[in-house]
Design a protein around this ligand. Structure first.
Ligand SMILES: [Zn+2]
Length: 422
């Protein structure tokens, strides 16, 4: 594996020591001594996969690997999200029922400092994943604009200072509207040209003192030499390296930018199969060299880099505690949902008592499909004498912590003048 990757190295970085066959792949980095080393760790296309169907501790093992990588270079490590962080196809219940909040708490524990925006960030409505959320990291996107205001929805970039080096991360989302799969969710937004928007952000970041600019673009390759991410890179100016995503396949290469420079281009696999690792060495003369790899963690390894298929997985207890909390909240909400009993509701003539709390600590909110007949608080207004029965749906939203589960009840209200033993 290292032979293949070594061939793809963009430049020889002399500070690196490779240990083949497990163990720390990189020499411990001493802050302030000699060339500066920045380790960027990017998590591409996580799709909410904190655990899988067989309960493999994907996030907890990923967290342990990140802890060790950060310990190796405490002053110079930057953790990024590659987009499609929370939603998508085959999303586990822990992410679906918490609308990404469980993932955000885990990413906070990873020390994530920024994420780009993927097409699946729109699946629940874009605002769901950035308004009133526990995420402590910003979403960055240079090319997502509101059609209503004509302005960017997110900051285009952020400058981080790592071991004294100012590095700008610019975000961007795929311009391919067909990738925004949930109908209507992209309608309020315009996706502008990645290259020109990233270039403008890069120039702005340089003017504000950024010494390194890395674009974190949620866009993919078709083959190892072409595809939409290569098209984007071909238009870039003033960007030192590109992290891609969206492909769910590895890519570790260089691509020609608009100035004719070959810049590093690195993409990893989805759902916690690996961690993308771009190591940038800044020499005394400020020249950059790169050592790029995908760190595999869908393995049976019991030594670093740890694998989540191991018989005895090595986990971050911090991350596991977050996941256990979320699973406990989901279990409580589900138990409270099952316990809701409205009694017979096929011939209603009186107000319905709607519970607002569950025995396991859930809050219950109600939504009526026809508030003119039954209000959200259960108050009944019967139809006029002689008119038809009205059937409607009362939906309970049962919330515990980040988790919300729903239960619907079909209710039929009898018109005035009809007597029923209720
Ligand atoms: Zn994607």
């Amino acid at each position: 594996m290292f032979t293949r990757e070594a061939k793809r190295w963009v430049a020889t970085a002399t500070v690196l020591t490779l240990i083949v066959g497990g163990g720390l792949p990189f020499k411990k980095v001493e802050a302030g001594a000699g060339p500066k080393v920045i380790d960027i760790l990017q998590i591409p296309d996580f799709h909410g996969k904190l655990i899988d169907d067989e309960n493999h501790p994907i996030a907890a093992v990923m967290g342990k690997n990140i802890e060790e990588l950060k310990n190796n270079n405490p002053a110079g490590t930057l953790v990024l999200g590659g987009g499609d962080n929370y939603a998508g196809r085959y999303v586990p219940e822990i992410s679906e029922l918490t609308r990404g909040a469980a993932v955000m708490r885990v990413f906070n524990a990873f020390g994530m400092e920024a994420s780009t925006v993927g097409n699946h960030e729109f699946d629940w409505g874009l605002e769901t994943i950035y308004k009133n959320v526990p995420a402590q990291y910003p979403l960055l996107a240079a090319n997502i604009y509101s059609r209503a205001t004509g302005k960017r929805v997110f900051e285009p970039y952020k400058i981080f200072k790592k071991d004294g080096v100012k590095i700008a991360i610019v975000g961007a989302a795929t311009e391919d509207y067909t990738q925004y799969e949930v109908p209507g969710t992209i309608d309020a937004y315009e996706l502008k040209d990645i290259a020109s928007e990233v270039n403008a952000a890069a120039a702005d970041a340089r003017a504000k003192g950024a010494e390194i600019v890395v674009a974190n673009i949620h866009e993919e390759h078709d083959t190892d030499t072409n595809g939409r991410i290569f098209d984007a890179v071909a238009g870039l100016k003033g960007v030192d390296a590109v992290l891609g995503a969206h492909a769910h396949r590895d890519l570790n290469t260089t691509a020609k930018d608009a100035n004719g420079n070959n810049i590093p281009l690195l993409i990893g696999r989805d759902r916690g199969q690996n961690i993308v690792h771009m190591q940038i060495t800044v020499a005394a003369d400020k020249s950059l060299s790169f050592a790029n790899e995908q760190i595999p963690i869908k393995t049976e390894s019991g030594v670093f880099p740890y694998g989540w298929l191991a018989a005895q997985p090595v986990i971050s207890t911090n991350v596991q505690a977050i996941i256990d909390d979320e699973l406990a909240d989901i279990a409580a909400a589900k138990a409270d949902k099952i316990a809701i009993d409205l009694g017979p509701v096929s011939e209603v003539t009186k107000n319905i008592k709607l519970p607002s709390k569950g025995a396991n600590g859930s809050k219950i909110q109600w939504i009526s499909s026809n508030p003119n007949v039954i209000e959200n608080n259960g108050h009944v207004r019967r139809p006029a004498k002689g008119s038809e029965d009205v059937t409607l749906t009362l939906t309970a939203m049962v919330t515990k912590g980040d988790a919300t589960v729903t239960q619907s009840f079909s209710v039929t209200v009898k018109p005035k003048g009809v007597k029923v033993d209720q």
